[in-house]
Design a protein around this ligand. Sequence first.
Ligand code: NDP
Length: 288
Amino acid sequence: MPAALLDGKKLAQTIQGEIASAAAAFEQKHGLRPGLAAVLVGNNPASHIYVRNKRKACAQTGIDSWLHELPEETSQVQLLDLIASLNADAKVHGILVQLPLPRQIDEATIIRAVTPIKDVDGFGPENLGLLVTGQPRYVPGTPAGVHQLLIRNGVALAGAHVVIVGRSNIVGKPLALILMQKAAGANATVTVCHSRSNNLAALTRQADVVVVAIGQAEFLKADMVRPGAVVVDVGINRLKDGKLVGDVDFAGVSQVASAISPVPGGVGPMTITMLLQNTLAAATLQTK
Ligand code: NDP
């Protein structure tokens, strides 16, 4: 395999070590730990795994976490009541509402209900607005993780053409905003593609860096990538045989790319790590 591996698992461990040191210093200074409240509604098995992994990472880095589990039939009013109590709880510096939510609950309403200073997922309009205007506070975990994976592996972004496939509010759109910031470690030229883009392969072939976040197993093939390009795979797809694969045909693309992130072990661990980083930042901002 000619491509170098963008090893998110290893990098996540390094950054979590840095977060653990900072969390210990925070505790020593303030006599309390950074704290994250996780809210899990319903029985989605993947959500249960994601929340368990996030809480485990909190425990490993010296961040307190509390789990609020609510049944599938929870009403929007009940969830809003819980969020109001967490907004008012001084021990809670960050609030994570695991998505997706059951159908009777409007996600946008819930996201807006989390007070912006505790919105460590960075999904609310205030934190996204700060990113748009070049004053990032809490940047959503997955795109922040992709960014760290690139810059900490020495991928030059200034002036580079980054093509992002996928325009969701939690991955594609905020990633474009991060990479086009007028700031060190950014200054990229960004193209965002989606399911209505014409001739997608012609666009991805122009890229110095391709990021794919669409949720379609092994979609990006070797002939869609310019030789020597860097490829980041955000997708998580489970095949019928139970195997976990990304949105990139890893076997083929790794023959042409200069560097590539694996699934699992690429963007996933970085996402969790960035949530921890936001929680630490939230604790610092809320503790004088
Ligand atoms: P969404 O379903 O919200 O968005 C998918 C995007 O991909 C849409 O913009 C859609 O276009 C676009 N798209 C779908 N099919 C195509 C296609 N054939 N060609 C071009 N564009 C296409 O997904 P998410 O952003 O939430 O997630 C994307 C993937 O990333 C999923 O596999 C998810 O599991 C994974 N993920 C991984 C995380 C991690 O920590 N590693 C975290 C979050 C997500 P349109 O807008 O036109 O519909």
